[in-house]
Design a protein around this ligand. Structure first.
Ligand SMILES: [Zn+2]
Length: 460
C-alpha cells in the first residue's frame, strides 16, 4: 500500500479558511473557531494549497487499495479520500463508516424520464439515513480538535439526527434547539435515541438564532450549522466516491435536490478539486432541482438579478428542502455556472409521482430526493438533457425518514399544505398517479390469487 503521508505530508498545515467574497478574500488559520468571515460576514471555504504535488495515478491506486483494508479510516467512504480533507494524519476521527453508498441502475426511472439509462447515487443509505452524515463526520472531528465539549444545531430534521449520532460517537454533549411547536416527530425520534438534549425554545425563529449566536461565544460550545465549512469538506468527498465507483468516467449530468444548497456547493467543490488534481479532465454539468413552493434559487437562476430573494413562507411536503432563505446559494450558484448546469423547480405532483417511480426500481427515498427524477424528466423533455446522456441523480434521504407521505400517496390521501384561502381540499389533493393501495381480502387461497391479479391489473 502507498503511504498517505508520502503523498501529502501535512494536509492540515497547508489548509486555510478563506472568505468566498471576491471583494474580501480574507484568509484565516484552519483552527480558528469561525462561522463566517469576521471581516465582512461572508461564507468561508476551506482551501488546500499545494495539492498539485499529488500524482493522480498514485492517488487512484491508493484509494482503490483502501477498499480491501480494515482500517476504520479506510472503511469510511469519506476518510478513504482523506488526501482531499483539511485534517492531519493524527486527527481524532469520529466515524460511523459513513459514505460507501450505492450507485444503482434505475431502468424504470430512466424510462419515465425518456432516458436510455439513469443511475441513482443513494446518499440516504448513510448511517442515519441521510447525506448529512458525510459532512457531520468532518464537522464533529473538527469539534473534537477544537476541544469543544458540546455541539449545537438548530434543526429537527436530518441535520439534528446526524449530529446527535456523531456527538454520541465522540462522547460530546449535543443540544438540538428548536422553536416551540415546530418539532417534527419523524426525525426527532432519532435524536432522542442518540441521547441528544432536545430543547424546545419559547419564542420564534429569530429568538432561536439570537440564542445560538450567544452560545457560539462560549469556547466549549461548537456550532454545527449549515454554513459550517467542515461539513462541506466532508460532503465533497462524495464526488470522489461517485467517480471512483464509475472508474473515473465523468457523467454528463449530475442532478441534485436543492434546499439550503450546502450539498450542491459541496459536490461542485468536489468535482472542481478532482479536476484541478488531474483525476478527471472535465466537470459534469451540475443541476439543482427545487420544489415550486420553495424555489428562491430557481427564481434567481431564471432572472437577471444578482441577489437571491428569500421566500417568507416556503411550502412543500418535501420537508428536507422546505427552505426559503438558502444560506449557501452563492457557493452553489458558482458551482452550477462553472459546470454549465441549470436550476429549475417542479410541482408537488411531479415530486410525488417521481418518488413512486423511483420506488418501482426497488429504491426508496424521501420526497425531497425525488425532485431529481422529476427535474430530469423535465430537462429531457426540454432538450437540455439528451436522451442518450449519462445522467446521475443524487438521492439525499431514505424512505423511512417520511413514511406518512408514502402511505398517504398510495391511498390517495396526500394533500399539500398550501394555505391559500381560495383552494379547496380537493384542489390541494395530490393524485396517486402510481398509487399502490393495500387491499383487504378473505383468508382463502382464491381470494389471495384474485387480489394478486387485481394488483397486477392496477399496476400496468
Ligand atoms: Zn470576508
Amino acid at each position: 500500500m502507498i503511504e498517505t503521508e508520502k503523498l501529502q505530508p501535512a494536509a492540515r498545515e497547508i489548509a486555510t479558511q478563506r472568505c468566498i467574497e471576491s471583494s474580501c478574500g480574507a484568509r484565516f488559520e484552519i483552527n480558528e473557531r469561525l462561522y463566517v468571515c469576521p471581516k465582512c460576514g461572508g461564507l468561508l471555504d476551506v482551501s488546500l494549497e499545494a495539492k498539485a504535488r499529488i500524482n493522480p495515478q498514485e492517488l487512484r491506486e491508493t484509494w482503490t487499495s483502501r477498499l480491501t483494508s480494515f482500517d476504520p479510516r479506510d472503511r469510511s467512504g469519506v476518510w478513504r479520500y482523506r488526501e482531499l480533507l483539511p485534517f492531519g494524519a493524527d486527527a481524532p476521527i469520529v466515524t460511523l463508516a459513513e459514505g460507501n453508498t450505492p450507485l444503482y441502475d434505475a431502468p424504470v426511472s430512466a424510462d419515465y424520464c425518456r432516458l436510455g439509462a439513469l443511475t441513482l447515487k443513494h446518499q440516504g443509505c448513510n448511517p442515519t439515513g441521510s447525506f448529512k452524515d458525510t459532512g457531520m463526520t468532518a464537522a464533529v472531528t473538527q469539534a473534537v480538535i477544537l476541544g469543544a465539549r458540546t455541539v449545537v444545531c438548530a434543526s429537527t430534521g436530518n441535520t439534528a439526527a446526524s449530529l446527535a449520532a456523531y456527538a454520541a460517537r465522540a462522547r460530546l454533549r449535543c443540544a438540538i434547539l428548536v422553536p416551540r411547536g415546530q418539532v417534527s416527530h419523524a426525525k426527532l425520534a432519532q435524536s432522542l435515541d442518540y441521547g441528544a438534549a432536545v430543547l424546545e425554545l419559547e419564542g420564534n425563529f429569530d429568538d432561536a438564532m439570537r440564542v445560538i449566536r450567544e452560545l457560539a461565544e462560549d469556547e466549549s460550545i461548537y456550532l454545527v450549522n449549515s454554513i459550517n465549512p467542515f461539513r462541506i469538506e466532508g460532503q465533497k468527498t462524495v464526488a470522489a466516491e461517485l467517480l471512483h465507483q464509475r472508474e473515473w468516467s465523468v457523467p454528463d449530468h449530475v442532478v441534485m435536490p436543492g434546499g439550503n444548497l450546502g450539498n450542491s456547493s459541496a459536490f461542485g467543490k468536489g468535482f472542481k478539486e478532482l479536476k484541478d488534481l488531474g483525476l478527471i479532465d472535465r466537470l459534469p454539468r451540475l443541476s439543482v432541482v427545487q420544489a415550486d413552493g420553495a424555489a428562491p434559487f430557481a427564481s434567481l437562476f431564471g432572472s437577471d438579478s444578482e441577489m437571491l430573494t428569500p421566500i417568507e413562507h416556503p411550502q412543500t411536503l418535501a420537508t428536507a428542502i422546505k427552505i426559503g432563505a438558502p444560506v449557501s446559494w452563492k457557493k452553489a450558484l458558482r458551482a452550477v455556472l462553472e459546470s454549465g448546469g441549470s436550476v429549475l423547480s417542479v410541482s408537488e405532483q411531479e415530486i410525488a409521482d417521481a418518488k413512486a417511480i423511483i420506488g418501482r426500481d426497488g429504491v426508496g427515498c424521501e420526497p425531497a430526493s425525488a425532485t431529481t427524477v422529476a427535474g430530469i424528466k423535465r430537462l429531457v423533455a426540454d432538450g437540455v438533457i439528451e436522451t442518450d446522456a449519462d445522467v446521475v441523480a443524487v438521492l439525499t434521504g431514505h424512505i423511512l425518514k417520511d413514511t406518512d407521505y408514502a402511505i398517504n400517496y398510495h391511498q390517495d390521501k396526500l394533500y399539500t399544505h398550501d394555505r391559500a384561502a381560495d383552494k379547496t381540499k380537493e384542489e390541494r389533493r395530490i393524485a396517486g398517479t402510481f398509487s399502490n393501495p393495500p387491499q383487504r381480502v378473505k383468508a382463502t387461497k382464491a381470494a389471495i390469487l384474485e387480489g394478486l391479479q387485481r394488483h397486477e391489473g392496477a399496476s400496468r
